[in-house]
Ligand binder design. Structure first.
Ligand SMILES: Nc1ncnc2c1ncn2[C@@H]1O[C@H](COP(=O)(O)OP(=O)(O)OP(=O)(O)O)[C@@H](O)[C@H]1O
Length: 319
């Protein structure tokens, strides 16, 4: 079956006057139609860079693809003309950001902004676009009469729901949500996430959920990809990976979650600091923090291996 998205050995660097940051170091990931995938890992692991690469929106001139490819339904995004890419961006692949105020333009009403997307990508006329915008706003429980209100007139939770409506405006095939609820308080967070899940299922949109929050992944996603040092080091069905984490880093991430039931253990935190992408270690990037580290781990980089149909890991302990 053709994948909706196939990221193959993706390498991205950021070149600044001071340093070269190796943000992505051979990312491999597939997303199929309608599938929901959680992308997790500590700050700096390369999650946002992976997402921006899919939209060909790396900050320029610092961001550079140095190797690999991204296929959208079998076609290379790297080789695509800017015109075709503009059509895919915001139409087939959309992104919801952490703070929707930065992606919503303050000088246009929210209705106008969604309508603009519809007119451009779905070629709707003015009246049709307005009607469709109001339908979308109501789908995320914002009254259609608020079409002419400006972003500042909405609460944070409402703005994020508008972000979701805008993200889904064009029969989007893949919605990328980058920490979409961290700026919201917990009850509103839960509402926005439930809505996202509901709409994703209803519209059969694939979802890439970028988050630090493993609880969100277990609620919302079928699959999970764990990132470390610009690589995916464990991947599989959420139930399988969370029940039997195979990479010591994933074990650490899951161990650092507070338990709601049972005896209260000390909260575990992974020793050491996140790999520095300006000075990556030799061998397995996690080895300086790993309690199972051997000489092999210091020297060589582990390849991703299949543990079973639903579970893959890159760690010498499993080879
Ligand atoms: N425009 C840029 N210029 C230079 N370095 C950058 C730039 N954008 C990102 N980086 C670096 O690339 C690495 C990966 O960053 P990225 O934002 O993808 O991580 P992340 O996993 O999304 O982190 P977070 O969870 O904090 O958002 C980091 O070391 C970051 O400092």
């Amino acid at each position: 079956m053709e994948h909706l998205i196939e990221i193959k050995n993706l390498n991205v660097e950021f070149h600044t006057e001071r340093a070269v940051t190796k943000a992505l170091n051979g990312v491999n990931l597939t997303i199929d139609a309608g599938e929901s995938v959680g992308l997790v890992g500590e700050s700096g692991a390369g999650k946002t860079t992976t997402a921006l690469s899919m939209l060909q929106m790396l900050p320029k001139p610092a961001g550079r693809f140095t190797d690999g490819d991204i296929l959208y339904k079998g076609n290379s995004l790297m080789k695509m003309s800017e015109r075709k890419m503009t059509d895919i961006r915001g139409n087939k692949i959309s992104m919801i950001f952490q703070n929707p105020l930065t992606s919503l333009n303050p000088v246009f009403s929210v209705g106008e902004q969604i309508a603009m997307v519809l007119r451009r990508h779905r070629k709707l006329g003015k009246k049709e676009a307005m009607k469709e915008t109001q339908r979308l706003m109501e789908m995320v429980s914002i009254p259609g009469e608020r079409f002419n209100d400006y972003p500042v007139q909405f609460s944070g939770g409402m703005r994020q729901r508008i972000g979701i409506a805008a993200g889904l405006a064009c029969n989007t095939e893949l919605l990328i949500a980058d920490e979409p609820t961290t700026a919201l308080d917990v009850t509103i967070q839960a509402q926005v996430l439930m809505l996202l899940k509901e709409l994703q299922k209803k519209e059969n949109t694939a979802l890439l959920m970028i988050t630090h929050n493993l609880g969100i992944v277990s609620e919302l996603c079928e699959k999970v990809a764990v990132m470390y040092g610009g690589q995916i080091i464990e991947y599989g069905l959420v139930q399988e990976v969370f029940a039997n984490p195979a990479h010591p880093y994933t074990v650490g991430l899951l161990g650092s979650l507070p338990k709601l039931t049972g005896p209260r253990d000390e909260l575990y935190s992974i020793p050491g600091t996140v790999a520095n992408p300006q000075h990556l270690p030799s061998g397995c990037y996690f080895h300086p923090r790993c309690e199972h580290c051997t000489q092999e781990c210091e020297k060589n980089s582990p390849k991703m291996i299949k543990l079973n149909e639903n579970h893959y890991v890159a760690c010498f302990r499993h080879m």
